[in-house]
Design a protein around this ligand. Structure first.
Ligand code: ATP
Ligand code: MG
Length: 389
């Protein structure tokens, strides 16, 4: 098993002080799949105060002391280390009322969501796999640890995590786990918008987003979190960007309902703006064919031009000619905005334009230049204005 030396340092240091310590969770899963792991988590029998003593010479951040999580900055690299724990009663289908620390790795692994996420590894002990996680990993299966209904009623967020992992890893959800999702899905209504949005983000950019979303729709889960979404196979053809894929799902939704949904999900202003513009573009614009139309659309859509073409392409339109036209337009550096006009607001004022007439005239000039970019020279634009008046 290959993992960075700062992880090894943390595990070995804990072991040298007589504690158990293992690599656990997503990084181990990804390493076994030969995927690039994200964040590395270490689990240990040491209590938080014991960890603080063990790493007294390192910088330690009290990330979630109450839940047993410390971040050790080993050589400046952050490693999350969590004490073995058992989650207490879940009263609101999300937060355990209490956590209890334990010295048993088995108890810690049993509280984890899915078998593929519930393995531990250390060089001394090798792989600890109490729930058949390795086999599920090899067969491509998401299976709840323990009784699935109990696990989803404890924490309904796990329902969305199941779909997210199915999307990210291209795994199927095991039948009993899926049946329990259907039974327990109502618990999702108690989950915060931020957590739902963050799971949707991971889900939409996954390799199996279409499969996972179709299953979410069939099991009635999608109706609880985003009833307006229209899931089509074309989704798979889109770039793996959250805003683009979300816009595609919401492409038929009217402006008010769209705004309500995006705000209810508490998405960032940037994502809300991108999704809204893309949906409005897809409802109002068609595929541009000739250079003037392409320039007009590039001017209107800005950085969303390519994502918009990708949406049209996903719908089966032949966008290649428009893409090539855009490449020519960029290569020539055709003017696409008022700020690139050869005649600016200050020039217009010298020519006697005042107040609102300045802006309106700039708009008029841009319009002309979008039709014919060779017009974008100071003298030609002045001529153009004389003719227009
Ligand atoms: P990712 O690659 O997306 O980070 P991950 O498996 O590391 O996936 P995290 O959310 O970082 O997911 O959680 C780390 C580990 O903690 C999981 O692998 C799982 O063992 C456990 N875990 C996280 N959230 C839950 C939960 N809601 N219920 C049970 N176990 C959980
Ligand atoms: Mg993780």
């Amino acid at each position: 098993m290959n993992y960075p030396k700062h992880i090894r340092f943390v595990i070995e240091r804990l072991r040298a002080h007589g504690f158990e310590a293992y690599l656990v969770g997503g990084a181990l899963r990804d390493a076994l799949l030969s995927r690039e792991p994200g964040d590395f988590d270490v689990t240990t029998s040491a209590l938080p105060t014991e960890m603080q003593a063990v790493f007294a010479d390192q910088r330690v951040i009290e990330t979630g002391l109450k839940h047993g999580t410390l971040t050790v900055l080993a050589d400046g690299c952050p490693v999350e280390v969590t004490t073995y724990r058992i989650d207490g009663e879940y009263r609101d289908a999300r937060h355990p009322e209490s956590v209890r620390f334990t010295r048993s790795l088995g108890e810690d692994l049993a509280r984890r969501d899915f078998t593929v996420n519930a393995m531990a590894y250390s060089e001394e002990s090798g792989l600890v796999d109490l729930f058949g996680g390795k086999e599920d990993l090899e067969r491509g299966i998401i299976r709840a640890v323990g009784d699935p209904e109990r696990r989803f009623s404890e924490d309904a967020l796990r329902i969305l995590r199941a779909f997210r992992f199915s999307s990210k890893l291209g795994f199927v959800i095991e039948p009993k786990t899926l049946a329990a999702i259907e039974t327990c899905k109502g618990g999702l209504l108690k989950i915060s918008a931020e957590r739902i949005a963050s799971e949707l983000d991971g889900l939409l950019v996954g390799q199996n987003a279409y499969g996972a979303l179709s299953l979410m729709a069939d099991s009635g889960v999608l109706a609880l979190v985003m009833p307006e979404a229209a899931v089509e196979g074309a989704l798979s053809a889109l770039p793996r960007e959250f805003a683009v894929r979300l816009a595609y799902l919401l492409r038929n939704v009217d402006k008010e309902a769209l705004s309500a949904r995006l705000h209810a999900l508490k998405l960032s202003n940037t994502v809300i703006r991108q999704v809204t513009e893309l949906v409005l573009l897809s409802q109002s614009e068609s595929l541009p064919m000739h250079e003037p139309e392409v320039r007009r659309l590039m001017a209107k859509s800005g950085v969303l031009f390519e994502p918009f073409l990708a949406m049209l392409e996903a719908n089966g339109l032949k966008v290649e000619p428009a893409r090539q036209a855009a490449a020519r337009i960029r290569a020539r550096g055709d003017c696409l905005s008022v700020s690139h006009l050869a005649l600016g607001g200050a020039d217009l004022m010298v020519l006697g334009y005042k107040g609102k007439a300045v802006g309106a005239t700039l708009g008029l000039l841009l319009n002309a230049v979008l039709d014919d970019p060779t017009l974008n020279e100071k003298e030609k634009l002045i001529q153009y204005l004389k003719q227009e008046n």
